[in-house]
Design a protein around this ligand. Structure first.
Ligand SMILES: [Zn+2]
Length: 82
């Protein structure tokens, strides 16, 4: 069975397509997307994917004083529902 899905970064909108025969091609394609663009689940409670570039924003010391995390979370959750 062939499957197709798009993974989209919840922060910058970068999008990659995952497709292929389940399970091997599909897994391999997702692994390629992860290794090329660094897609990972966004840290936090919402199961949202972000790309590796945006993830680096989370590990940078000194940027964690931003207090807009909750607002962004709500916006992203709403967006992913539609
Ligand atoms: Zn991104």
């Amino acid at each position: 069975m062939e499957a197709r899905a798009a993974v989209t970064c919840a922060e910058c909108g970068r999008s990659r397509q995952v497709s292929g025969e389940i399970p091997d091609e599909y897994i391999a394609c997702f692994a390629r997307v992860v290794s090329e663009d660094g897609f990972v689940p966004r840290p936090g409670t919402a199961p949202t994917l972000i790309c590796g570039e945006c993830l680096r924003g989370y590990e940078s010391p000194g940027t964690e004083s931003r207090d807009d995390g909750d607002a962004a979370d709500r916006k992203l959750t709403k967006k992913s529902v539609t």
